[in-house]
Design a protein around this ligand. Structure first.
Ligand code: GLA
Length: 381
């Protein structure tokens, strides 16, 4: 596989790369729309990765090419990189080089060629995979010594300020910091993380991603509006972040808020509690107990946070009807993917039932991906 990447690098840039790096996409087990509320999340890195063949340049040019995007090489001067200057896919990798410079790190140009197996537009963080691959490659090539959490923050800065996407830090932390066989328990305010063993196979279970292959256009603006709603609720409640509201104080807080903000706050507070519950179950080896937690998270995302859509609801409902222990929409929402936890011997039947339900509804056929908890960004050659 890496030979093909080297051949493609040679065809695009000439010569040989100095090395090959890989960074994964992610699914989030639980803890959705909590990261920008200073809260908790529990993502898992996927085996699907963006691979990057890279070589430093001494002339300050950043030359980018992707097997998926195709087209000519995107040729940029590192010194000219500025937010808004790049508007295509290249904004994600170029943004990382810009963010490193903004943070005071001395780097330079590079020839980069990407090839990815992370589905795009599926809510599986293909953009974080691109960013984290570049961050990791630059860390190695330019000897920055930053390490995974700092690289994740650089990647988030690239996405927020350079590509203009107001995301939290979960996706970049997952792509950068995960280790094989574990989910990443994030405490965003503390800036800390813990690896929690996650091995559904050992418990006779499967975690499946159901990529519904729909993205609804309202996604970007709607995500920003949800963030603003949470900030407004904090201002009204006199809190630094919704992380500071405990479930016992929720009823009182709801009485103080206008009706439109109550469900947002309810989701974030109950979702943070669900992360704690899920982590306790995983640490005790009770993987199947995640099922009911996934179901309540989906109800909360559908009814309170309102980020589901007919396709993701059908994926959840048909998975549960076919025997899944639990299922929910994962990622930012408004389409994208659903995760379903199911007994290994029922997984195939469940997948077939979901596919049949989609066909019956006249939707595109969903893509099914089995999740094994994979490692974060790394050098592979
Ligand atoms: C997107 C963002 C993340 C996070 C999720 C929702 O994936 O990039 O930072 O906010 O949505 O949990």
């Amino acid at each position: 596989m890496n030979d093909a990447l080297r051949t493609a690098f040679a065809a695009v840039h000439g010569g040989r790369p100095e090395g090959i790096w890989a960074a994964p996409g992610r699914v989030n087990l639980i803890g959705e729309h909590t990261d920008y509320n200073d809260g908790f999340a529990l993502p898992v890195a996927l085996a699907q990765t963006t691979r990057l063949a890279a070589r430093r340049r001494t002339d300050g040019r950043l030359r980018l090419h992707s097997a998926q995007a195709g087209g000519p090489v995107v040729d940029l001067a590192v010194a000219d990189l500025a937010p808004g200057a790049v508007t295509t896919w290249a904004a994600y990798p170029a943004g990382v080089v810009w963010a490193l410079g903004e943070a005071g790190h001395r780097t330079g140009g590079a020839d980069l060629h990407f090839d990815s197996t992370v589905p795009t537009g599926a809510g599986l963080s293909s953009s974080a995979a691109l960013e984290c691959a570049v961050a990791r490659a630059y860390d190695d090539l330019y000897g920055l010594g930053l390490g995974p959490p700092a690289l994740a923050r650089i990647a988030q800065r690239a996405e927020n300020a350079f590509a203009g996407v107001p995301c939290g830090v979960m996706d970049q932390m997952a792509s950068s910091c995960c280790v094989a066989g574990a989910a990443l328990h994030l405490d965003v305010r503390a800036g800390s993380h813990e690896h929690v063993p996650f091995d559904p196979e050992a418990a006779g279970l499967r975690l499946l991603v159901i990529d519904t292959r729909v993205t609804h256009d309202l996604g970007d603006g709607a995500y920003a509006a949800l963030r603003t709603g949470c900030e407004r609720a904090c201002a009204l409640l006199g809190l630094a972040a919704l992380r500071d509201l405990s479930p016992e104080h929720l009823p009182r807080a709801e009485r103080l808020l206008p009706a439109r903000l109550r469900p947002l706050v309810r989701h974030v507070v109950t979702e943070n509690a669900r992360v704690a519950e899920a982590v306790a179950h995983l640490k005790a080896g009770r993987v199947a107990e995640l099922g009911p937690i996934l179901n309540s998270a989906h109800a909360s995302l559908r009814d309170d946070y309102r980020v589901s859509c007919p396709e993701t609801d059908l994926a959840v409902d048909s998975a549960v009807a076919a025997g899944a222990l639990g299922a929910r929409i994962t990622g930012g929402g408004f389409g994208g993917s659903v995760i379903a936890l199911v007994a290994a011997d029922r997984a195939e039947r469940m997948g077939a039932a979901v596919t049949a339900a989609f066909r019956g509804a006249g939707y595109r056929e969903p893509h099914l991906i089995a999740v094994t908890a994979a490692p974060g960004a790394r050098r592979i050659e």
